[in-house]
Ligand binder design. Structure first.
Ligand code: HMG
Ligand code: MG
Length: 364
């Protein structure tokens, strides 16, 4: 995508000339618009965020070997994207301290996997990128390592959330990200740009302007991010609000290929919102094995939609993820046990339950 970014920027600029941002949501997407995926586009890319988003909120320190084991097990399932850690201030998110040794492990002992994996790490500022680069400098990816490393910045769609999560306003955060994005790009690293609370904020409520989200996304794309992940941090999103947001993104000239959706399942709407997004043409979704997680700065928000539930849902539509669902179900059960939580994946529990039943019957 990055090769054609200048072209897209031009296209975005043109569409902005034709379509003032303030009126973005009043425009219906065209039926056969270039946004619609070509027929047969039935592949969905899943970004597994369990090792980062899933674990970051756990109060009890999780041993490094458990985090590494989680990543290694996930790598064997056919996943192509795993968010592995976070270069944030340990005082803010203690559980992510030690992400440097996770990155080092990935570089020096690449987990076995059926294909190359893109491993991503959050970095909110130049300090975060510098810490990641210190490790990357010492252990460059050699030719035998087919994996890639990605850096993610994370903005917010509300001022209150930006203050709580990043200790600065949105404009300042974007200014800081510029340096992170340029620094990462200078080292040929792919960059993802999250926008949190796009469908509801724990402090400002549901009234988040989709046009404002599209404006922040456009800023991030123009700074050079390769992909935007729209974060429904609170899980307050509904089918209609998801649709309005994606329409606003389209009206701002943002391509579906540049958008991922990141639904937390606090209100049980994540798969409904996924269905709406699929219908709109989105083909990248974030999810967390076992439904692990929550954001430390979004009180009450629960985990991402479980990867097992997401894969089962996509399979049921006849679409493809390339991911081994029974293997995922086992990982969800295992990691939930390791961190003393109950498994939050309905599909995971159903698969394991029916396996246990069959094993019991065969013994009779
Ligand atoms: P601050 O306190 O304003 O930072 O926090 P500061 O620059 O004043 O520095 C304070 C201390 O932190 C200093 O150390 C810095 O060196 C250190 P001291 O001198 O006091 O010993 N520091 C760092 N250390 C390590 N790595 C760094 C770093 N930066 C500063 N990168 C800051 C500003 C951005 C650092 C802080 O607010 C922060 O780390 N925030 C991260 C919060 C977070 O990780 N939230 C969860 C991830 S976002 C999320 O989950 C949402 C998402 O899933 C999508 C969705 O669901 O919506 C992505
Ligand atoms: Mg999240």
């Amino acid at each position: 995508m990055s090769a054609i970014r200048p072209l897209l920027r031009y296209q975005n600029a043109r569409s902005r000339l034709r379509q003032p941002r303030g009126l973005a949501s009043s425009v219906e997407p065209l039926r056969n618009s270039p946004q619609a995926p070509p027929p047969g586009d039935d592949h969905v890319r899943i970004v597994e965020v369990g090792p980062r988003d899933g674990l970051q909120n756990e109060k009890k320190a999780i041993p490094q070997h458990t985090k590494i084991e989680l990543i290694s097990r996930l790598a064997r399932t056919g996943l192509t994207d795993i968010e592995a850690g976070s270069f944030v201030a340990p005082r803010w998110v203690p559980q992510m301290a030690g992400s440097d040794s996770i990155l080092q492990h990935i570089l020096t002992s690449p987990p076995q996997s059926p294909g190359p994996i893109n491993f991503s790490f959050l970095a909110p500022n130049a300090r975060g990128l510098k810490n990641a680069q210190e490790v990357l400098k010492l252990h460059t990816l050699d030719a035998s390592n087919r994996n890639t490393i990605e850096i993610s910045v994370f903005a917010a769609a509300s001022e209150s959330f930006s203050q709580k999560n990043l200790n600065c306003d949105i404009a300042t955060s974007l200014e800081r990200f510029k340096e992170v994005i340029q620094g990462a790009k200078a080292h040929d690293l792919r960059v993802r740009g999250y926008i949190s609370v796009v469908l509801g904020c724990p402090f400002e409520g549901r009234d988040i302007s989709p046009q404002r989200v599209a404006e922040i996304a456009t800023n991030l794309l123009e700074m050079g991010v390769d992909e935007i992940s729209l974060g429904d941090t609170t899980g307050m999103g509904t089918g209609p609000s998801t649709r309005s947001l994606l329409k606003a993104m389209h009206a701002a000239g943002i391509q579906n290929e540049d958008i991922a959706c990141h639904f937390h399942d606090t209100y049980g709407q994540a798969l409904v919102n996924t269905a709406v997004s699929l219908e709109h043409g989105i083909r990248i979704f974030d999810s967390s094995v076992g439904g692990l997680g929550g954001c430390p700065y979004s009180p009450g928000a629960t985990g991402n939609v479980a990867t097992e539930d997401m894969v089962y849902f996509i399979d049921s539509l006849g679409m493809k993820t390339g991911i081994d669902l029974p293997a995922l179900a086992e990982i969800g059960e295992w990691i939930s046990g390791e961190i003393d939580r109950s498994n939050a994946s309905n599909v995971g529990k159903a698969i394991l339950g029916s396996r246990r039943r069959r094993a019991g019957e065969s013994k009779l």
